[in-house]
Write a protein that binds this ligand. Sequence first.
Ligand code: NDP
Length: 317
Amino acid sequence: MKNRITTLFNIDYPLIQAGMIWCSGWELASAVSNAGGLGIIGSGSMYPEVLEEQITKCQQATDKPFAVNLPMLYPDIDKHIATIIKLKVPIVFTSAGNPTTWTQHLKSHGITVVHVVSSLKFALKSQEAGVDAVVVEGFEAGGHNGRDETTTFCLIPMVAEKVTIPIIAAGGIGTGRGMLAAMNLGADGVQIGSRFVASIESSAHQNFKKVVVDAKEGDTVLTLKDVTPVRLVKNEFYNKVQAAYERGASVDELKELLGRGRAKKGMFEGDLVDGELEIGQISGLIHEILPAKEIVEEIIEEYRTTLAEQSTKKYQF
Ligand code: NDP
């Protein structure tokens, strides 16, 4: 497979693993890159010295390109950026913030920059800021999300109509068929998160991985829009958030209820009751915990089979 995304990142398949806090360290990122996709270290949950160690280990585990995801809300972002430059990470995916803040600085150090957005407006702003590609992430996605609830199916063609830089689709994609659908709508590649949470190499707690494979349609919800919109599993913690909304809680009360470190508690420490369990709607279609390499191979194989099928009877009328 050779297209704008494989060329931009120098990878075999336009399949990118999402940077996910508490779930994507060097083991997952290097496994995905070694399998021909692009692995990403999710730096949002890593203290500066942890990120440095994770990048070094990833460099030892693969000679293929990999990236770091950098949420703009991260408190010590300048330290993360200094580490990324020092260790010569070739690609950075920025998210949850303004693309104009760091893009030119990163690019001046020869780094390829991709920004994650959930709307056409921010895709255009990212292009104007000089990023090399955008991830367009729909309402179905797990974790941080947009407020507008635009689905991936609507977002991809709307962005493709107006933007000239390469587009990576995210949100609700976990299979080869889903990847092909996204490409048919105008994407040049896909970013997949939830499916890789349920991988052997993901650093998610085993309890959380089990929740993902047991999840059914309707088990996740996009909530806390007034604080930071996030899609998560409807567990006891979510019930408390919902009860707070029902009694008309203020933003400050919601922030107090959220507290600090909820995501770590749920996804990394495996507290399924009080923790925050961030996962996408596609979890309803994930039934097994597999090695990352097998996930990549399965998705690419299904993509190719489905593409071949498209010339058969099923698609003709
Ligand atoms: P909280 O404020 O609830 O907690 C901070 C967490 O981050 C703690 O668990 C802490 O670990 C860890 N941490 C790592 N480095 C630092 C640091 N330099 N200063 C303070 N805390 C640090 O935040 P969240 O857990 O909700 O989010 C953490 C980060 O992840 C944010 O930057 C956020 O933007 C990002 N994020 C990204 C998401 C995405 O979808 N891309 C989803 C959710 C969050 P410890 O407990 O060991 O102190």
